[in-house]
Design a protein around this ligand. Structure first.
Ligand code: HEM
Length: 558
């Protein structure tokens, strides 16, 4: 034997293995069209997300005329399925929403993308309703508190939202109306959304509006966290190498995610207040806020377990990066400890992480679309003024008044359609036995997902003008068609993992938009400069500057 034959044999076997692996991977979903390199590697999808415009790329992929292996055109106008990774299929047909996010039977599990999301608390991964892939844990986390988020509970939060709206208006008057200075409206809408969450969760505004900046750097922290999640989530096992590697984490000081630290501080403040017997306590704590209700849920049901999740990554079993098989197993450990339950931070931090940026993006879309479409703004102002003159609209719009305004509600739906705050696929895993989606069979273990940006442009449902802002689409046509469009909206997700806080967002948005439009004339500064948008799973806008003037007299558009 030649001396180099052993390494040569190793190299040869590795090559054979590579060819075998990639061919097998390719053939598994070879009946689904998609970009060439995405059929072999997840690196393209990571690259698209890294460049922060994945939503546009996903839309253009569904608009492409893919040819199948026989050279036939598979998608003259709109591809219902596109392969965006070796094992990942993007579904672009709204008709398949029920198949993928179904309520009936066993729901499809969330993919490993979600394993990257959970924040850490004292070096331990903190489970959350939003991210857990474990359906039993999801039930355990959701059951005790689902009612708190229900529509019927909504009105009890209204006074808390009103308090923040009042402060918002005072700050806008003081800082921008009186001084005539330009306002970074996009940033201020975000301060508003954060302070509402503070108010309804902890009976305490987080101070964004009063201070006029990012308190404790929390907005920035969430931003960087989601940038990490969006990119690493495309190849989730990378997360086990560092951030969630127990070995690495044990060698480092106990880690706290800033969002969890933030929520924890507020809980500690509340515990201190609860111990306080003076009258001050009663004036600062509202027993209708989320924290009080979460605590009541825990007190009512002592069987709610206290848990933590540990992660056991095994070391790489191959040296080739593409063959690193990192098995990790979540193990729940239940304890009877009397220490503060971990359910509480899991619930409160969910509110902060899931409920602030999303609402801020939505609000920016509403205002920006109205300001750049004067005919819509005129129609909406006319509707508001008419309601005001008839005595059906207060200075601070109430929930009951707002939901009775058809054009306002049409603008709300259109904003969620044209710019959904989440801009990546909501991924699920095809269960044992495989399943048919859009007439193609997908083997078990395939990742299937819908990106709301894609679904909301499905020409089958939204027609050829799907790219255009046109709130009127929600008011014309027969009821069946409007119902079909409604059922095709993925703004808040779908099925049993649909957004728990969507009613809170409805409340905030449908109250704030008419209130500010009644109070101010809002003018875009430097209209020529267009808004920039970046996709880090959340798809926020930047550069939304306005000039504000008090609007007198009210009812002026009539
Ligand atoms: C405009 C605002 C919002 C949008 C667009 C939005 C969107 C979404 C979406 C798309 C999902 C489903 C994610 C998936 O399937 O993977 C979701 C889930 C969730 N959202 Fe929201 N959300 C908003 C506001 C809120 C607010 C205000 C809260 C809390 C106060 C909240 C709490 C949650 C929670 C807890 C879940 C997980 C539900 C579950 O898995 O059972 N969201 N949201």
């Amino acid at each position: 034997m030649m001396p180099f034959s052993l390494p040569f044999l190793g190299l040869f076997l590795s090559l054979v293995f590579l060819v075998f692996h990639y061919t097998r991977q390719y053939l598994r979903l070879s009946h689904i069209p998609g970009p060439f390199f995405a059929r072999f590697s997840n690196l393209p999808r990571l690259y698209w997300v890294y460049h922060r415009n994945a939503h546009s790329i996903h839309i253009s992929q569904h608009r492409q005329n893919w040819r199948n292996r026989t050279g036939n055109d598979t998608s003259p106008n709109w591809a219902p399925l596109v392969r965006y990774g070796p094992n990942a299929v993007s579904v672009g047909s709204a008709a398949a929403i029920d198949t993928i996010y179904r309520m009936r039977g066993d729901p499809l599990k969330k993919s490993d993308f979600y394993s990257v999301i959970p924040p850490m608390r004292k070096g331990v991964v903190l489970p959350s309703i939003f991210s857990t892939q474990n359906e039993n844990l999801h039930r355990m986390l959701k059951r005790p508190i689902a009612a708190v988020y229900s529509m019927s509970n909504l009105v009890s939060f209204e006074p808390l939202v009103d308090r923040t709206i009042e402060v918002f208006r005072q700050e806008l008057d003081r800082r921008f109306v009186h001084s005539g200075e330009d306002c970074d409206f996009g940033a201020w809408l975000q301060y508003f959304a954060f302070d509402v969450i503070g108010e309804i969760t902890f009976s305490k505004r987080l101070g964004f509006l009063e201070e006029g900046h990012d308190v404790e750097g929390i907005i920035e922290s969430i931003w960087y966290w989601f940038e990490y999640v969006a990119v690493i989530g495309q190849i989730p096992w990378l997360d086990s190498l560092w951030v969630k590697n127990t070995v690495v984490s044990r060698l480092q000081p106990a880690k706290w995610s800033p969002m969890v630290l933030f929520a924890n501080k507020r809980e500690e403040e509340r515990r201190a207040l609860s111990a306080d017997t003076s009258e001050k306590k009663d004036s600062q704590v509202n027993d209708r806020d989320f924290l009080s209700r979460f605590q009541a849920a825990l007190d009512k049901d002592p069987s709610i377990p206290q848990w933590h999740v540990t992660l056991f990554p095994y070391f790489p079993i191959s040296l080739f990066p593409h063959f690193l098989i990192l098995c990790h197993t979540y193990r729940l450990q239940f304890t009877n400890s009397r220490a503060m339950s971990r359910a509480l931070p899991a619930w409160t931090s969910s509110n902060i992480i899931a409920g602030s940026d999303t609402t801020a993006i939505f609000l920016r879309t509403m205002f920006h679309q109205l300001l750049t479409h004067p005919s819509s703004l005129t129609k909406l102002r006319a509707e508001l003024d008419e309601a005001f003159v008839k005595g059906n609209l207060s200075e601070t719009a109430t929930w009951k008044e707002s939901i009775a305004l058809p054009y306002l509600n049409a603008c709300f739906k259109e904003a969620g359609r044209i710019h959904p705050p989440f801009g990546l696929h909501l991924e699920r895993v095809v269960p044992q036995g495989g399943m048919d989606v859009c007439g193609k069979s997908l083997p078990a273990g395939t990742i299937v997902g819908m990106n709301a940006w894609v679904i909301h442009r499905d020409p089958e449902v939204f027609g050829p003008d799907a790219d255009a802002w046109r709130p009127e689409r929600w008011l014309e046509g027969d009821e069946t068609y409007i119902k079909k469009m409604d059922a095709s909206l993925l703004t808040f997700g779908a099925g049993h993992r649909i957004c728990l806080g969507k009613h809170i967002s409805y409340l905030e948005i449908l109250k704030l938009v008419p209130t500010l439009l009644q109070a101010y004339d809002i003018e875009l500064v430097d209209e020529a400069k267009s808004l920039t948008v970046q996709n880090r799973w959340f798809v926020p806008q930047f550069g939304f500057h306005v000039r504000l003037r008090r609007r007198e007299p009210r009812g002026a558009s009539l």
